[in-house]
Design a protein around this ligand. Structure first.
Ligand code: UDP
Length: 443
């Protein structure tokens, strides 16, 4: 039942579990701990069963209402070469054409809206449908890429040519200087659609009533202070920045694969398993996947690997179908000898693994991760040392924080041709798995 006395907030994430999960958790916290009503607007995509399982679980708290936006067809706007962020922005853009109508039709009007950074169309839709309500942005990565992103429109004005060619690090006011090369993929090529979409949304963030960011003071004191002390970056207004992290999931939907993972972990000795996962979007090339496989074999350690079919297409991502069961037998895309040789000490998962339950499990010792920000937070919250293997977006920045600033993991060294070789995999796995040495210091 809707009670008009309770505050009512609507949420609007862009698709993908990396965005949906933290906004959904925040909605749950407000409903469960603070007596709010929440309406969660869900942008539907080509079916991602993991997202559906999460949002349509039978155990959601009362007063948390899910509203599915009508499905759209973007097949004529994208192709297999369309990179992840462009795909996501096109999908979101098309879906949000009905936002005004959806907001108008809500039986109860929200008093505030929380959106993620790829949904800035909401600033316009709200003006008509729910005028004068504050619209907050939830930045689901850390404060460091937030500061660089807020400074981006200024950089775009000041710099000619590519940022990667700048001879010196970029100085965002009040922050540590940052070497742009390889830090935020979407700004590496200014002629790309990814860059144009990113700049478009980022340039609109000053319209927000405030920016919520999934971090906290002790983790990023310098950057947070810089953001909070500057009302402007040159001419760009900086809205109030609120560090509200870590916002991480508490529970996960029960699935058959999930139960199998936990049953397997229950049979392993404590602190003996390396968890390997590249998030919802990470895909390796065939050659890289094979090197990882043989490195895991050489390490002699137990492992639980969320493994997806490899792709040699540099834009490949599983972002839009992560968690859909893949009926392909892993033996068709992993070396057959490898599967045979490691059978007794490994579990291979081809769909969606219950990451939080795995990280919390006493058998789990370490986490080889692509360093998506949610994964980093979940690992830190559970005291699990990391092997940082960044792939795209702001993950290299996160990996650098993990190793150099927070000191909770080790980064893989990339060798010739951008490949992480099997000996390197063996080296870092032993570093975080074998008691003593680096593992002890990290713990
Ligand atoms: N995740 C999961 N099982 C999987 C893969 C991912 O539960 O098999 C969850 C993970 O716990 C995290 C989110 O999906 O909450 C991924 O977010 P992250 O920011 O780490 O990476 P992204 O997928 O956005 O690259």
């Amino acid at each position: 039942q809707f009670s008009p006395k309770k505050p009512h907030v609507a949420f609007l994430p862009s698709p993908g579990l990396g965005h949906v999960t933290p906004l959904f958790e925040l909605a749950k916290i407000l409903v469960t701990n603070h007596g709010f009503h929440a309406t969660f607007l869900n942008i539907t995509t080509e079916a991602s069963s993991a997202q559906n399982n999460l949002l349509h679980s039978p155990n959601l708290p009362h007063h948390l209402h899910i509203v599915d936006l009508p499905p759209i067809d973007i097949s004529n706007l994208i192709n297999s070469q369309t990179p992840g962020i462009t795909h996501l922005c096109i999908n979101t853009n098309e879906s949000l054409k009905c936002l005004n109508k959806v907001l108008n039709q809500l039986p109860n009007k929200p008093q505030a809206l929380v959106i993620d950074i790829f949904c800035t169309q909401a600033f316009d839709a709200c003006k008509d449908a729910v005028p004068n309500i504050p619209v907050f942005t939830f930045f689901t990565a850390s404060a460091r890429p937030l500061a660089l992103s807020l400074f981006l429109p200024q950089l775009d004005r000041d710099v000619e040519g590519e940022f990667v060619d700048l001879p010196h690090p970029v100085q965002v006011p009040g922050c540590e200087p940052v070497q742009i090369k390889g830090m935020l993929d979407q700004i590496m090529n200014r002629k790309s659609d990814e860059y144009k979409w990113y700049l478009h949304h980022i340039s609109r963030l000053p319209m927000a009533a405030g920016i919520l960011v999934n971090t906290w003071e002790d983790l990023e004191p310098v950057t947070l202070r810089a953001l909070q002390e500057h009302a402007f970056y040159h001419n760009i207004p900086i809205p109030p920045v609120h560090p509200i992290g870590p916002v991480i999931k508490e529970t996960e939907p029960v699935t058959q694969t999930g139960s199998e993972c936990i049953a397997w972990l229950n049979k392993q000795p404590s602190n003996s398993v390396l968890f390997v996962s590249f998030g919802s979007g990470g895909i390796l090339t065939t050659k890289q996947q094979n090197e990882l496989a043989w490195g895991l074999q050489l390490s002699g350690q137990r492992f639980l690997w969320v493994v997806r079919p490899p792709s040699d297409d540099s834009n490949a991502t599983s972002f839009f179908n992560a968690g859909n069961d893949d009926s392909n037998y892993v033996g068709s895309y992993l070396p057959k000898d490898f599967v045979e040789k490691t059978r007794k000490r490994s579990m291979l998962v081809t769909s969606w693994a219950p990451q939080m339950k795995i990280l919390r499990h006493p058998s789990t010792a370490s986490f080889l991760t692509h360093c998506g920000w949610n994964s980093v937070l979940e690992s830190v919250a559970n005291g699990v040392p990391m092997i940082a293997w960044p792939l795209y977006a702001e993950q290299r920045m996160n990996a650098m924080m993990v190793e150099e600033e927070i000191g909770v993991g080790v980064k893989v060294a990339v060798g010739e041709g951008g490949l992480v070789g099997r000996e390197e995999v063996e080296r870092v796995v032993k570093m975080v798995m074998v008691e003593g040495g680096k593992r002890k210091a990290i713990k």
